[in-house]
Design a protein around this ligand. Sequence first.
Ligand SMILES: [Zn+2]
Length: 464
Amino acid sequence: MPRLFVVILAGLLLGTSMTYAGVTPAERLSESIQFRTVSYQDRSHIDLNEFERFHTFLRAAYPKVFAQLEVEVINNYSLLIRWPGKDGELAPILFTAHMDVVPIESGTEGDWEFPPFDGVVANGRIYGRGSLDNKQGVLSLLEAAESLLAEDFSPSRQLVFAFGHDEEISGKQGARKIADRMREQGLHFAWMVDEGGMLVSDNPMVPDQQLAIINVAEKGYLTLTLVATGEGGHSSMPPRVSTIGRLSAALERIENNPFPTRLVVPVKVMLESMAPHLEQPERLILGNLWLTERLVTNRLSQDPLMNSFVRTTTALTMFNAGLKENVVPQRAEAKVNFRLLPGDTPEMVVNYISDVVNDPEIEISYDEWDYVPGLSDHEGTGYAVIAGAVSAVYPEALVVPSLMFATTDTRHYMELTDNQYRFQGMIIETSQAKSIHGTNEYIGVKSYEDSIEIARQMMKLGSR
Ligand SMILES: [Zn+2]
């Protein structure tokens, strides 16, 4: 029977409204992009029907997953899927991804080579919003599970899949609710893997081979609010020191006193792993960090990207004061955003900044952290499974642990496992990175197929 006919027949038997799910993985990813599951900061703009239609498509596209595994819809639009293991004593593992995508920035629609929600397959690529972030993540996991079910694979330990629907706007309605449900179910995972790391084909640090980056930690996020209050009044009789002047001076001190540099474990291991692939003298320098750490951190801190790897960064982001040109304001307010290295805490930042500011007339406040980013074991089982899955598909690849600057849904699952890894097996060129949340997002068809195979390998190796 022709495959297309089988698909249509299956759709009829399921009683769905004839959702045509493509017959190849690339066609299915293409179709998934056509559902505009867009998250907007203002939730009233979100078209929730698109999420419902997307669910219907998933059910038609992955019939075995939805028939044979335990599927729960959480908070109407998120999905929790459990694949029970043969041995109930073994701790389960968790695979996560998100179904929502970011909007197209208005005015940039015309810059796309193909319309962002058409899912065009051309030039050996699948184009569209979500092709990398993160429909690829959701569908590659489902493709892997569906094909393993077709092979009658049955995992030793439980495999759990969690697909949130609002990662791009905090994950509070999606991943957080899924995590609440997991707590009710008493789930505690051996390890989890979320989006956030990938393979890069042309990293300049390792030009001779692919680099697989498994993020084992993320930077913390903290914003301090600084407020100067004081005498205001008419600008014809100004105070000697205005609130604006006082606060500006404090901010200048903050900017001139960055946090000290240091090498945290994943960054250290990453640099050491790269060393053998570099020319001299870099090979010698990075290969002997016990001796050269100061030299290396100093040099890295000169580059804005590398600087973020070696210190808690400081960014002055907002300054508000004054309403009228001839009135000295009684209040000036600024916000400073910090990205913390693993191990640094909000208290440490506040103490450090209070010392630097050293002005009792300036009040410093911040919002409590709702989670503390963990530092996962780069020598643990989960890491070894992911690295093994990469090697099965890309035997030449150099696999390194690293540190991620962005935040994902991972934060909602922190309490449910000690080991959070961030990796999905797609391979991109460095130039593609800016298309994530930007223009002309695409994934190579081969890259996508390989990511499915890596997901299959993770499930097979991990479930043992
Ligand atoms: Zn994402």
